[in-house]
Write a protein that binds this ligand. Structure first.
Ligand SMILES: [Zn+2]
Length: 255
């Protein structure tokens, strides 16, 4: 069964001891990978890893990191554009807004998010969006931005889901769909399979039955299994359609 883990962070230090084996286990499980940067350094590393392991990369600056680049945004964007033009880079991400942790001031997050959306439109690349308790500002920024993309590890409610679907966006689901009380379990039943992507967000958000330990892309199978259960569709159908969705959004070459 072929699947695509559309969001993980393979460059993070949690994978330093056994990165090679993690990629190998994913490969054996038939899982393709999109590794996602969170700042300029990790994005550069994501591009390297994509070449090294014949996987795909996304490059972008996470809202948590916005304050670091606020003083010289132009320069950061120029470097990001250079990275985004590299081979095997299929998206701008992860970018977005996080009003839950607020590690960076909201104005800096917003300025950076809008600038990266503009860059994505210019380069005609899809975006991978992080939204934590920032629904209204996310929607306002995406409306009229002229980009396609996914809101990853979707954690908002039905209203936000419907608004994003209306904008043509995909929704990415990860480990929390396996958690008994997660809102995602309710929301996912109302998302058309044609707009759904699977992801692990590894090393974070480990699904059951491994919750509490480090996550890795091979665990995508637990997420696919739960999505099949929740939607009442055969697991093969979930794998096949979500893979097709990822290939379409990220313009992945066949195979
Ligand atoms: Zn992530």
């Amino acid at each position: 069964m072929i699947m695509i883990d559309t969001h993980l962070h393979l460059e993070m230090r949690e994978f330093d001891p056994d990165r090679e084996a993690v990629v190998q286990r994913a490969r054996e499980a038939g899982i393709g990978l999109i590794t996602v940067g969170i700042d300029l350094e990790s994005s550069a590393r994501a591009v390297e890893l994509a070449h090294e392991h014949k996987i795909y990369a996304a490059v972008g600056v996470h809202p948590h990191e916005a304050r670091r680049y606020a003083a010289d945004l132009e320069r950061a964007l120029a470097r990001l554009e250079e990275l985004a033009r590299a081979e095997r880079v299929v998206a701008l991400g992860e970018i977005g807004l996080d009003y839950y942790r607020n590690y960076s001031p909201r104005e800096a997050q917003l300025e950076l998010f809008r600038a990266q959306l503009k860059l994505a439109a210019k380069l005609n690349k899809p975006v991978i969006v992080h939204d934590r308790q920032a629904d209204d500002d996310i929607l306002a920024a995406l409306e009229g931005a002229g980009v396609r993309g996914v809101v990853h590890s979707f954690s908002s409610g039905l209203e936000e889901a419907e608004a994003l679907l209306g904008l043509g966006f995909y929704l990415g689901f990860s480990g929390p769909v396996t958690f008994p009380k997660a809102r995602q379990r309710y929301v996912i039943k109302r998302v058309p399979l044609a707009r759904l992507l699977l992801e692990t967000d590894a090393p974070f958000l480990t699904p059951l039955p491994h919750r509490g330990r480090r996550n890795e892309p091979a665990y995508l199978r637990y997420i696919a299994r739960e999505v099949a259960k929740l939607t009442g569709l055969p697991r093969e159908k979930v794998a096949e359609q979500t893979t097709r969705n990822a290939a379409a959004l990220f313009a992945l070459p066949p195979g």
